[in-house]
Design a protein around this ligand. Structure first.
Ligand code: SF4
Length: 419
């Protein structure tokens, strides 16, 4: 989401005639798009902003802007102003129009437009990201997002469909619909995520492109949604990111996730019933306050049962301003380290096994880029696996088929056999 937010900021600057500068010293405007979901990201951002002081002193005309969710925390704008008086513009998260307005003020330009359309420079061809819903209403006890990004707000279906139309006509081959919880789309505007998916799939049924979405909330994934995904196998990828966070019902309650271990596993069964080949990835936090050995083993149990195609694993770290940061029974560093090491080893062995079945298979890849280090083109299959192959020609943006002759971790390597 943050990459896409940055694309929007770049789009505003490009509209004003700016171009991307290769070197920091050449820049006329420097924009920091920050993230405060993890405390370490915030510390990094503060370090990077501070490092600009010298440049600003040498180049008075330089405009320095800081935005993103870090600025939305209580007292953050004042703290930024006091710590870095050389910062010219401070703007909020999910609000490129605020940045545009403040920039224009700074440049003494007139601002008189604001609507639901979004302009940006897409930097990720052939993948296009489209925001469908902002904010979150869930208040998981460890997460700061609802405080800094506000409550859920769905974009209008018209604005989304116009954007889908534009990217398809521009030749983008993969669209990812984004939201903190995409399943909530439309609850505030009288429509639904299922209706949106149906609309996109029926309107563009004759176009060759892939549709993905993230993130989902397990409590909000319904049988109806799974059926819609299964109904359009040529468009919607059989890939669901399905954040578990913990396999322990007790910890899930403390996390305020509003589902149990059993609910979660039932939904996995439902996904496998309608989409047997579905690839399912997840997020897991270990070392949440009060997590006992039993709770941790419950997480391991789910990982063993589900066999995720991939997992983003995190050690719980306190985020000030959240309910969990104030909880008793914080887990020691040593225990957290042991738990994450074991979990990562287990997931790696599962991923390795699941990748092996690709050997000798033909896989369709959407070519996304060129890996300079490996001297290979790369892209992903519908299950979100990365595939690499050698080629003399630039095939970025094309669907090609490779025959897999080697696998390594989550990556597939092969020869180009069709295009
Ligand atoms: S659903 Fe996601 S974004 Fe919302 S509070 Fe929970 S973890 Fe944070």
């Amino acid at each position: 989401m943050n990459v896409h937010e940055s694309e929007k900021l770049a789009g505003i600057l490009e509209d004003k005639g700016y171009v991307l500068s290769e070197k920091l010293e050449d820049a006329d405007v420097v924009v920091f798009n920050t993230c405060c979901i993890r405390e370490s990201a915030e510390t990094h951002a503060y370090g990077n902003i501070g490092a600009l002081k010298k440049l600003k002193k040498a180049k008075k005309s330089l405009i320095v802007a800081v935005g993103g969710c870090m600025t939305e925390q209580v007292g953050a704008k004042e703290k930024l102003k006091n710590t870095f008086p050389f910062v010219d513009i401070i703007f909020g998260a999910n609000n490129p129009n605020e940045f545009k307005f403040l920039l224009e003020n700074k440049l003494k330009l007139v601002h008189d437009e604001k609507d639901d359309r979004e302009s940006f420079v897409r930097t990720s061809f052939p993948n296009a990201w489209i925001n469908i819903v902002y904010g979150c209403n869930n208040f998981c006890s460890y997460c700061i997002v609802p405080y800094v990004k506000g409550r859920e707000r769905s974009r209008s279906e018209n604005a989304i469909m116009q954007e889908v139309d534009t990217v398809i006509n521009q030749g983008y081959k993969e669209i990812t619909l984004l939201g903190q919880n995409v399943n909530s789309y439309g609850k505030d505007t009288g429509t639904s995520f299922c209706e949106l998916l149906e609309k996109i799939c029926t309107t563009y049924k004759d176009s060759k492109f892939r549709l993905r979405f993230m993130s989902n909330h397990p409590k909000d994934i319904t049988e109806e949604l799974i059926k819609v995904i299964a109904k359009y196998p040529n468009i919607i990828c059989p890939y669901i990111h399905f954040p578990l966070q913990s396999g322990s019902t007790d910890i899930l309650r403390k996390m305020n996730r509003k589902y149990t271990k059993e609910n979660y596993l039932d939904k996995i069964d439902l996904i496998r019933k309608y989409i047997p080949d579905c690839s399912i990835s997840t997020d897991i936090i270990v070392g949440f306050p009060g997590e006992t050995d039993f709770d941790y083993q419950e997480t391991i149990d789910v990982v063993n049962k589900v066999k995720f195609s991939g997992a983003f694993t995190f050690v719980y770290s306190k985020r000030s301003g959240t309910v969990a940061a104030e909880m008793d029974n914080q887990i020691s560093k040593e225990v957290k380290k042991q738990r994450i090491t074991n979990l990562v080893a287990l997931q790696n062995s599962i991923t390795k096994e699941s990748t092996k079945i690709y050997l000798g298979k033909e896989v369709e890849i959407l070519v996304e880029g060129y890996d300079e280090k490996r001297n290979l083109y790369l892209g992903r299959d519908v299950y979100n696996r990365m595939g690499y192959f050698p080629c003399e020609e630039d095939l970025i943006g094309q669907f090609v088929t490779i025959k897999v002759d080697r696998v390594n971790g989550v990556s597939l390597f092969g020869e180009l056999i069709r295009r």
